[in-house]
Design a protein around this ligand. Sequence first.
Ligand code: G6P
Length: 489
Amino acid sequence: CERQEGQPLKQRLLVVANRLPVSAVRRGEDSWQLEISVGGLVSALLGVKEFDARWIGWAGVNVPDEIGQKALTKALAEKRCIPVFLDEEIVHQYYNGYCNNILWPLFHYLGLPQEDRLATTRSFQSQFDAYKRANQMFADVVNQHYEEGDVVWCHDYHLMFLPKCLKEYNSNMKVGWFLHTPFPSSEIHRTLPSRSELLRSVLAADLVGFHTYDYARHFVSACTRILGLEGTPEGVEDQGKLTRVAAFPIGIDSDRFVRALEIPQVQEHMKELKERFAGRKVMLGVDRLDMIKGIPQKILAFEKFLEENPNWRDKVVLLQIAVPTRTDVPEYQKLTSQVHEIVGRINGRFGTLTAVPIHHLDRSLDFHALCALYAVTDVALVTSLRDGMNLVSYEFVACQASKKGVLILSEFAGAAQSLGAGAILVNPWNITEVAASIGYALNMPADEREKRHQHNFMYVTTHTSQEWAATFVSELNDTIVEAQLRTRQ
Ligand code: G6P
């Protein structure tokens, strides 16, 4: 623990995630520029201030030379970040391959890769080996920086092998693991060739956390059905050792969004947007350009709505922010072309000389511009085919205190369990239903909007990322104490 002048003791926390909250761009032999990374995990953890935290992860860049590595390590230290250096080959096999081409689609119910099954099967083992090697490299860095009493919090599907590696170094280390994606039904997980090894590695942790009760239940069933272990209400038991398994729904730093709306720069952005889209209702989608986000389905639903409601054609605009991601993976490249093709077709079909129905941007927005956009939006569309939680829905709600816009939310996003009562829930695969929901949202009376918004606003501003992290870490500390008591009995 660290005592800062006049401050209470803060628990030391080592956050380990594949990606650091900042990505590095090289500007010279020994100079680096750091940029905030995108994604729900980063957005949630940046708001967590009550720990003396260090972040260990990959800076998203290959740094083969020692001068570059030293300079980057120094630049990152100022942000309390510690880099894990991964070379190009390992990034290709571990990150593009095993993480993003195998685990990510599988955990989102898109199955194992279908094309060229034989090639996939042949390369599967080498990708899994690279995955384990990469996890071991993360473990080495954690071990170098670990001090007795630290809590080590491992994040996400990239690091399922990490708890085991860490406990092999030091069985007294307090290790928690949290998954930011869904954990699928055991019937899906059992198709994975390395299913048992991964489950056993995760079980080496003291506490295993998920966004929802369903994901936790799927994990426990997988351990029961695949490993033959006993599932208890507390977790999973293996030869007298209990791994506690529970749901810890993540949140956002809602104050940061609420306060941002007071900033003059944000208000200026809002004014510009209102002028630009005067006389039209604004619909908004903000997603990483990922197949799980259901962007093509969303746009097709919007097309259907325009088709069926000619009176709305010049009165509504869809702004779709699609942040490029994992651009080295062929599936993501295909998706980008597919989305561009659909947007082009619809704009050609319904656009006029002065206006188009869809504004599609392949890039991220800075925080101020994003808050302004959330605040002027009438209807937000979150139509993920599967999503661990989806914090865009939370961010939208946090920025809607005055407008009280409507959230259309996929029932397959974890957020449906927390914001379901205030949002319009949809099956994103059912384009007719989503189109009808767009009509319902655009015509919703003010009192109904107000009621729905209040429900969600209350939830988002009370279930914050700070509370999420504090609950997880405190439960991890309790889990250790309980285990010690059990051993003494
Ligand atoms: C999701 C994952 C995160 C990941 C983020 C961005 O939110 O749960 O672990 O960092 O996507 O994806 P990327 O592959 O760019 O890190």
